[in-house]
Design a protein around this ligand. Sequence first.
Ligand code: ZN
Length: 217
Amino acid sequence: MKLAAFDMDGTLLDGRLVFALSERMGLDGRVRAIQSDEKLASHEKTAMIAGLFAGVTRRDVESAVESIPLSKNAEQAVSALKGRDYKTGIISDSYTAAAGVVASRLGMDFVAANDLVFENSVATGRVNMPMGWEKIGCFCHLSVCKRYHLEKYADMFGVQLVDTLAVGDTRADICMIRRAGFGVAFMPKDDDVRNASENVVATPDMMQVIRLLDAAP
Ligand SMILES: [Zn+2]
């Protein structure tokens, strides 16, 4: 048994849920203003953006994520991993309501993400952030520490860390990419992500991850 953890936005999806959703809701200007505010910590931004989404329905979130195409060969890559005895899942700083849709489309085994709180299927503006960095002393300080969740799911499925694969594209993925037995920087968005691993995929094709994995010693 092995384990593969994927980031969602920009990795499994050729797009980002928060942009697709905020454009649909006419909130894109306000969301981008929060995201570009360098005075705010990452988890503060997550809480503020969730506040903007108060009143959005679960169906709005689901249809926003359904409007974003999967990245090229995402389905083929996930099935190739299943054929190699991998448990597969998503570790995302997006929302469980969206990541669950993608995970079920791909037949994946686990999802970790921020949990937008709904009442009667309407977002309340609150979000439960799983964090985890405070438990393991991770440098990331993010709303979802991907390293913590990689370790948690590996432990849950009885997989050694050396037998884990982690794939991501942004700085939020660095702690997981570095920790995994096989970390992959997929279409890395900056040099820090590119330098987080010797395994870099620079063409937008998820099967390149499988080719790297198969070529590894
Ligand atoms: Zn972390």
